[in-house]
Design a protein around this ligand. Structure first.
Ligand SMILES: Cc1cc2nc3c(=O)[nH]c(=O)nc-3n(C[C@H](O)[C@H](O)[C@H](O)COP(=O)(O)OP(=O)(O)OC[C@H]3O[C@@H](n4cnc5c(N)ncnc54)[C@H](O)[C@@H]3O)c2cc1C
Length: 468
């Protein structure tokens, strides 16, 4: 290997994709993977891109599903992860599921046989050496402790999390504002001057009691025995709060004080669920204090009993896991580089995206940006109208910070993409129904994304793979 290489730390979903993209773009790459020299609590093999749990890459419909759109964009950019997933599919209806062994074996073989990639097995047990001038850190949710501690020292410990505490996020347009209303407690203006920063959903006593019963009875996910997730007082799961006392949520995140319901000013709510704006676009709202271990199906069912959220569509459901990730919106620049030390670029789950596909997607972008920088070409991240660009935008500034640890891992969803108007009628002039309009809107978002992606990738990457 002659030219100064890009060092990629971690050969998971993100690191393997980053290595492939950088090498295909002409850069020399050294990929450092610690397994099998050192294991993690979840991985079982020495293969690259091992799937530690489910074998699903989720919905594969580019016209009607945001993760399907991400698949389509990645395929168009020659993603190794998508190519190997496509080659090792198992039947899963509209989802893309894979034979995990065949998939990981194919990724490992492709990386090992690439002439510009050198695979080194061993832990990078601290900050990468100074003479590694271009590095992509893609060590994932189970980053080894020695490296995680070094990153924590560099970023400031408050900016590195070892656990996520995820509250559900709702698409704004699905909140019933004939029931809910905008107001901050005591009309207090925040730093931005907004005295109506929250959306409030009121409950009467019967609704609250039924809600607490449902929280207590709902099925919960178990922690893995190695996770050792502590409950911090500031982010107790809502159902654990209810277990501590039926009234505890009402004296915590659901307290009804300082709020007047303009729809029924003479009735004082018994409890209130508040939602706070989560992204700069204003399309996503976070249920304040609602981190939870309830299973996903139960969350949808229970949270839709909240007045105003009966028809809520969730962009993200809640959770609590062992997970290493940085406060990316504060720490990273638009090139995914650490502002404090730009030779270090980050990719994958450690940047605060969630999921196999999202992690690989950030790896894809980081690999291309790293290679372009190495080769002196100016390349920006994909536009925010693409699913790839929307994810990058979210983790590099799209999320609105609202207090310590407000940034929590995020899946791709339509709320991250700039809204678009759907045509009210078909080309033939027929008025579209609500469902048809939603479908048309998603299709319009997808068409815009693929057109903008083609333009972004055109000069440097003229040979696009066939369309979705
Ligand atoms: C228990 C568990 C279950 C999950 N289940 C799902 C699921 O069902 N579906 C889903 O979409 N997502 C799931 N996730 C999230 C999933 O891990 C990520 O979506 C995805 O694997 C992240 O990709 P990544 O490349 O960022 O990290 P990983 O795929 O974890 O890759 C990181 C790699 O870095 C290596 N590494 C770590 N530290 C070092 C070091 N210091 N030096 C060298 N190498 C190092 C690791 O060995 C690993 O191979 C789960 C996560 C966990 C922890």
């Amino acid at each position: 290997m002659t030219a100064d290489p890009i060092h990629i730390v971690g050969g998971g979903l993100a690191g393997s994709e980053a290595a492939w993209q950088a090498a295909e773009a002409g850069a020399e790459v050294v990929l450092h993977e610690m397994r099998p020299v050192r294991g993690t609590d979840a991985h079982q093999t020495d293969r690259l891109a091992e799937l530690v749990c489910s074998n699903s890459f989720r919905a594969d419909d580019w016209e009607a599903n945001a993760v399907g759109l991400l698949h389509a964009e990645m395929r168009r950019l020659g993603s190794l992860i998508l190519r190997c997933a496509d080659a090792h599919q198992t039947p899963a209806g509209g989802a893309l599921a894979v034979d995990r062994d065949g998939f990981a074996e194919a990724v490992t073989r492709a990386i090992a046989s690439h002439p510009r990639i050198q695979l080194e097995r061993g832990e990078v047990a601290g900050l990468p050496p100074r003479d590694w001038t271009s590095v992509i850190v893609a060590t994932g949710p189970l980053t080894s402790p020695a490296l995680a501690e070094a990153i924590g020292r560099l970023t400031g410990e408050a900016e590195l999390s070892f656990f996520d505490a995820i509250a559900p996020i709702v698409h704004a347009e699905t909140i019933d504002m004939d029931v809910a209303w905008r107001q901050s407690r005591y009309d207090k203006a925040g730093p931005g001057g907004d005295a109506a920063a929250y959306i409030n959903c009121p409950m009467d006593r019967d609704q609250y009691e039924a809600f607490v019963d449902a929280l207590l009875a709902g099925p919960k996910s178990e922690f893995k025995n190695w996770e050792h997730v502590p409950y911090f007082d500031g982010c107790l799961p809502i159902e654990v709060m209810a277990e501590r006392g039926r009234e505890t949520p009402r004296f915590g995140p659901m307290k009804p004080v300082g709020l007047t319901n303009p729809h029924r000013p003479d009735v004082r709510a018994y409890a209130v669920v508040q939602l706070r704006q989560d992204n700069a676009l204003g399309t996503l709202w976070n249920m304040v204090g609602f981190q939870t271990k309830l299973k996903h199906g139960a969350q949808t069912e229970v949270f839709r009993t909240i007045p105003g959220l009966e028809k809520a569509v969730f962009a993200r459901l809640g959770g609590l896991h062992r997970n290493t990730f940085i406060n990316a919106p504060k720490l990273l620049d638009a090139q995914l580089r650490l502002k404090a030390e730009p030779r270090l670029r980050f990719a994958g789950q450690i940047t605060g995206v969630e999921g196999y596909v999202e992690s690989a997607a950030i790896g894809l972008v980081a690999g291309r940006l790293g290679a372009a920088e190495r080769m002196g070409a100016g390349l920006q991240a994909p536009p925010a109208t693409t699913a790839l660009g929307a994810l990058v935008r979210h983790i590099t500034g799209g999320h609105l910070e609202s207090g310590a640890r407000s940034f929590q891992p995020m899946n791709i969803n339509y709320g991250l993409l700039p809204p678009i108007e759907a045509p009210p009628r078909t080309e033939g002039g027929k008025k579209l129904g609500k469902l048809e309009r939603t479908r048309a809107k998603k299709r319009a978002v997808a068409d815009r994304a693929l057109a903008d992606l083609a333009e972004w990738s055109a000069p440097a990457h003229a040979e696009l793979a066939p369309g979705p």
